[in-house]
Design a protein around this ligand. Structure first.
Ligand SMILES: Nc1ncnc2c1ncn2[C@@H]1O[C@H](COP(=O)(O)OP(=O)(O)O)[C@@H](O)[C@H]1O
Ligand SMILES: [Mg+2]
Length: 331
């Protein structure tokens, strides 16, 4: 964490990803599921950018569109100024090395029929990074970096605990010497006792290798300590972006405030005192999102204008962006 400079590594401009859904039996109708709908943000070199929002808000789709696991519907994904959204498959290869992704469910993301050595070695082979003895040594070195040992190399994913499997996923990502890693809820599926270990390791690795992170989580408490800046996503739209401390202490968007107050408080006395405003209901369907501000159907401050026009995502303070018609009321 903590960037050394303000150099922008990744800039997202107007990123959208729609999924087409066919509906109707006799008359086929295609409708668009607006998973990600016009995002604008940037990530600075060496920082951790936390991306939060409830399940189904488009966090994974954002990550997958950046790394081109999904082809964006429109918009730009500028990595050091090069638009990855428009690159041909063959030109993408060098970026697939620079940008890696760590997934939520390490078991689903590892090939269960391959040994740990083959899983990590495959990444080296794809990018022709090491052969023979060098390859073997590099695999052992990577295992050591993530806190595993040589003895683990010949085993299979099912022989490991969730935490160990996530370590293998991290070793595989590190194998190609990436610059930027998208961590998609990497600790959400792990036991609470293991979460802190993996989190600490990711932070140590960031320092050691000068990595930049996009860290996705569904809950603000998970990204609080590791993020330099945080973006709050709701139904495919960015609601607020600010420096992590500012977002926690002086949130402006009602959705951010609601997410913050839904974090469980361990202290029962504090918990009773604080005015909790729990988010009611579910996130509406991205097939048919609310008009105007997408959060308005769950916002206790919503007024007429919120249904009529979409609030602009604008900078209300230095490096603090908010999409709310009434942002000045909450400042
Ligand atoms: N491959 C896909 N095909 C169709 N719909 C998808 C696909 N991936 C995600 N979606 C839909 O896009 C929306 C956003 O999903 P996702 O990005 O996974 O959200 P999050 O990671 O925030 O939980 C959801 O409504 C989800 O059902
Ligand atoms: Mg997800």
């Amino acid at each position: 964490m903590k960037q050394n400079n303000d150099e922008i590594l990744l800039e997202i401009k107007g990123l959208t990803k729609y999924f087409s859904k066919s509906r109707g039996f006799f008359v086929k109708k295609t409708s668009h599921l607006k998973a990600v709908d016009g995002l604008n943000f940037y990530i600075k070199k060496g920082e951790t950018f936390g991306l939060v929002g409830e399940s189904g808000c488009g966090k994974s789709t954002t990550g997958r569109s950046i790394i081109r696991l999904y082809k964006p519907t429109s918009g730009q994904v500028l990595y050091k100024g090069v638009d990855l959204a428009k690159l041909k498959e063959k030109d993408l290869k060098q970026y697939r090395k620079k940008i890696q992704m760590i997934f939520q469910d390490p078991y689903a993301s590892l090939n269960t029929r391959m040994t740990i050595s083959d899983i990590i070695g495959e990444a080296l082979d794809i990018h022709k990074l090491a052969k023979g003895l060098k390859r073997q040594e590099r695999i052992f070195e990577l295992l050591k970096i993530v806190g595993l040992s040589k003895e683990h190399a010949s085993r299979y994913p099912h022989e490991f605990s969730g935490g160990q499997r996530q370590r293998v996923g991290i070793a595989r990502a590190l194998a190609v010497n990436p610059e930027f890693i998208i961590c998609d809820e990497p600790i959400s599926a792990l036991d609470v006792s293991i979460q802190a270990q993996v989190m600490n390791m990711l932070q140590d690795l960031q320092k050691e290798f000068g990595l930049t992170y996009l860290f996705i989580a569904h809950d603000l408490s998970m990204v609080k300590h590791i993020s330099d800046r945080i973006g709050v996503l709701y139904l495919g739209k960015m609601m607020e972006i600010a420096n992590a401390d500012e977002l926690y202490n002086k949130p402006i968007h009602p959705y951010t405030s609601a997410l913050l107050s839904s974090i469980p408080i361990a202290d029962p006395i504090l918990s009773k005192k604080s005015k909790r405003e729990i988010l009611k209901g579910d996130v509406p369907s991205p097939l048919n999102p609310p008009s105007g501000c997408r959060f308005r159907t769950r916002c206790k401050y919503a007024k007429e204008i919120c249904a009529k026009s979409e609030p602009e995502f604008k900078e209300v303070k230095k490096e603090h962006f908010v999409a709310c018609h009434f942002s000045s009321d909450f400042m």
